[in-house]
Design a protein around this ligand. Structure first.
Ligand SMILES: Cc1cc2nc3c(=O)[nH]c(=O)nc-3n(C[C@H](O)[C@H](O)[C@H](O)COP(=O)(O)OP(=O)(O)OC[C@H]3O[C@@H](n4cnc5c(N)ncnc54)[C@H](O)[C@@H]3O)c2cc1C
Length: 408
């Protein structure tokens, strides 16, 4: 087992390794890693654990994640952005259309006076940069580790951890569940979720296009689900094709040429012919929201708290805004000499996050459901709504702010 060097560790008579932390984060994904970095930079004693083995060869992830300006601010503060920026493609325009219907919507960066609406970053690069920064900050991720039990007392949260068959006892002021959609922390805390299964699956792959339009991302609502094309630079794009789950086996079995032709036919000709299909990977889509965000000395962030439909590229950006808000309340608590696991501190975090969680999940859920109805009259209404959004400036600005995570 690896523990942070500054950790007070000793062997107790029952041979359990004892360790004390300010904060234990379960989940070394994007959100858990970012929180670990932020807390360590404030001088807190942090431990991060993940149930996966050390990523010798990370699983291939073809996604390009659209990072909102709020995410770029956090990554800059964590000093991860300067190295990533060279590999991230700015999005200046988002073009929204509806297959087989009139009307379209163009969201442009200059309408909000921002340098870009967001940046597309290859997912493995973001994960590797965060992992590298954790290592550079001296935070060892405890891989192959599971939280077996948690017991909050007035003084601390007592955690039972297992790492590759070895058990340990950790105490921490605060336990953070950043362990994704099937959060074990959430289950141990007995927090229930509300879930909506969209019956949809996204097939993600990288492609080349013949006639790229730099810095423009596309969202096309089609029968079965949206098709998004995000620019990776040059001719390369990430194609996220969402389909009804029952159709996915057949789509995945298509030859590369047949798959590209189907994609091209759905998208249209504005980027020319599609070629060079990369590995396809599938993601089942649900919306899941935790009914509570905190329990004594424990809090949920990221996908453990809210998993969203990816139609508006909001999930990770929402999770990173959780990180920013939690860093703020915890650093204030620390400055004021307060207990990091104090119920008032965690309640402040939860109430600060509630409006964003509600609004963002409504946006993605509303898009998934409205564009999922296959009736001609609803199609006309949707097209009319797209035109109205495109022309009514205050409406468009409000939507833009929501999309880029700027709620002021
Ligand atoms: C197709 C698709 C495209 C997307 N595109 C975008 C986009 O463009 N922009 C955007 O903002 N969002 C996007 N998202 C959403 C984004 O991927 C998620 O919001 C993000 O991955 C959540 O990060 P996380 O760290 O909270 O959870 P995860 O990425 O799921 O990480 C959870 C971590 O916890 C670990 N873990 C799990 N269970 C346990 C356990 N029991 N014990 C210990 N560790 C555990 C896992 O190994 C993992 O390391 C997309 C999602 C999909 C499906």
């Amino acid at each position: 087992m690896h523990l942070k060097p500054s950790t007070k560790s000793k062997r107790s008579c029952n041979k359990l390794v004892q360790s004390e932390f300010d904060c234990v984060i379960v989940g070394a994904g994007f959100v858990g890693a970012a929180l670990g970095l932020g807390l360590a930079s404030c001088g807190l004693k942090v431990a991060v654990l993940d149930h996966l083995p050390p990523p010798a060869q990370p699983e291939h992830d073809p996604r390009g994640l659209a990072l909102a300006p709020s995410t770029v601010s956090l990554l800059s503060r964590l000093q991860v952005w300067p190295a990533l920026q060279a590999h991230a493609t700015p999005i200046e325009t988002v073009h929204v259309t509806h297959h087989n219907h009139f009307g379209s919507l163009r969201l442009r960066h200059r309408e909000l006076g921002v340098p870009a609406l967001g940046y597309v970053c290859p997912a493995p690069l973001l994960q590797a940069s965060l992992a590298g920064a954790l290592q550079a900050a001296g935070i060892t991720v405890n891989w192959s580790s599971r939280l077996l039990a948690t017991h909050a007392t007035a003084a601390a949260n007592e955690l039972h951890i297992e790492t590759s068959g070895t058990r340990a006892h950790w105490t921490t002021a605060l336990l953070v569940g950043a362990d994704g959609i099937a959060s074990g922390v959430r289950r141990l805390l007995g927090i229930k979720v509300d879930q909506r299964d969209y019956g949809q699956t996204s097939i993600v792959a990288n492609i080349d296009v013949d006639a790229p339009r730099p810095h423009t991302a596309y969202e096309r609502f089609t029968t079965g689900g949206p098709l998004a094309l995000l620019p990776l630079g040059g001719r390369r794009y990430v194609a996220v094709r969402t389909a009804r789950t029952e159709d996915v086996a057949a789509l995945s079995a298509l030859s590369e040429d047949a798959y590209l032709a189907d994609l091209n036919q759905r998208f249209g000709s504005c980027l020319g012919a599609f070629t060079q299909l990369g590995t396809r990977r599938t993601f089942a889509l649900v919306q899941q929201r935790a009914r509570e965000l905190h329990r004594p000395r424990a809090v949920l962030i990221g996908n453990a708290a809210n998993t969203l439909h990816p139609n508006a590229a909001q999930g990770l950006n929402l999770g990173f805004r959780d990180v920013t808000a939690l860093l703020k309340v915890l650093t204030t608590a620390r400055t004021n000499g307060a207990d990091l696991g104090d119920a008032l501190v965690l309640a402040e975090y939860a109430s600060a996050r509630a409006p964003d969680h509600r609004a963002t999940s409504r946006l993605t859920d509303g898009l998934a459901r409205t564009f999922g109805i296959e009736h001609w009259a609803v199609g006309v209404l949707r097209s009319t709504a797209l035109i109205a959004l495109d022309r009514v400036v205050p409406l468009k600005r409000a939507l833009l702010r929501q999309v880029i995570g700027n709620r002021k």
